[in-house]
Design a protein around this ligand. Sequence first.
Ligand code: SF4
Length: 378
Amino acid sequence: MLSGIYIHIPFCSQNCKYCHFVTVPFDREMTGKYKTSVVKEIALYAENALSRFEVDSIYLGGGTPSMLDSESIEEILHACRENFSVSRDCEITLEANPDTLRDENKARSYSKSGINRISVGVQSFHDRELEAIGRLHTVTSVVESMGILKENGFNNINLDLLLGIPLQTSVSWRESLERIPETGFSHVSIYMLDLDEPCRLSEAVSDGSISIPGDDVVADLYLETIDILDSYGYRQYEISNFAKPGSECRHNLKYWMRKPFIGFGLASHSFDGHSRYANFRNMEEYFQALDVPRLPIEWRKSLGEKESLAEKLFLGLRLNKGIRWTRLKRKYREDCLQEYENFLRELGAEGFVEWKGPIVRLTPKGMLLSNEIFQQFV
Ligand code: SF4
């Protein structure tokens, strides 16, 4: 089966106020050591694998992978090609901040190294909103970096936008959306601001020093966004993701479809089809394991039938195409399935899911409540 590779590059020069990713302040010396360790981890993994994996997607996420120099990215991709059977049409994505892309040479080297998809953390098309969430780039740098990417042959470009941030209004959100077609993105990810885990912004909102748009406003804007993006030719295929036909993210689809993927680097997660496991979150422990050398795995959990069914449901329902219930019936025991089916039938009566023949999927209203719905599965 075709696998995906995820490589975590944790370095960041900024500290966005809403961030709860595993990040490390940028340090040139440490990035060199980190790159060497990731390359070592890739080789060690392949050495221990029972067979040579075929890979058709590689995703460099972060942090800010575009802070690594292009030679280091090239070395990491070379290690992937040396140790796995990487397909000729492999989708290779690099996450980037607009400020780090305003460099012709860098864009050219990325293209030469085989990167064919860039995911840009734009978040807003208003400078004051960007400043309010602690982003260092400006709208001008977004436009400039897009020009450079296009000139260097990148046509598959994703843009991340953040809904529900301080100073955002219905008007400013619609204005951000209006900028999308002219800037030429092929894929759009819309994330709602998530303050469930503690971060600087959640503290500021709790103590009243900053306010964010209300839940009802955000919900209405999300529903409106689906229609607006559709009118621009971006079809929704997942709760947060929209693409021009044929530009759906091959790598991220693997997560929702429970296809195997291998994670390398600090705090990266993997799924082999039966169990999930994760690397150390602490940089020292990560380095020490690879110095031995042994794989830097911190925990591993194999999934039983009930857990794998629950995953199938809450991941599959994220996709607009939904889940074919008859297929589940062939794979899982009736007594396991019945409880979930009853629950989803009830949600159907309330308009949160729709059943069409054997297919069940979330309605837009259900997508808004997806976190609450999915909690019932775990
Ligand atoms: S750029 Fe991304 S990973 Fe880095 S601090 Fe900001 S939100 Fe976090």
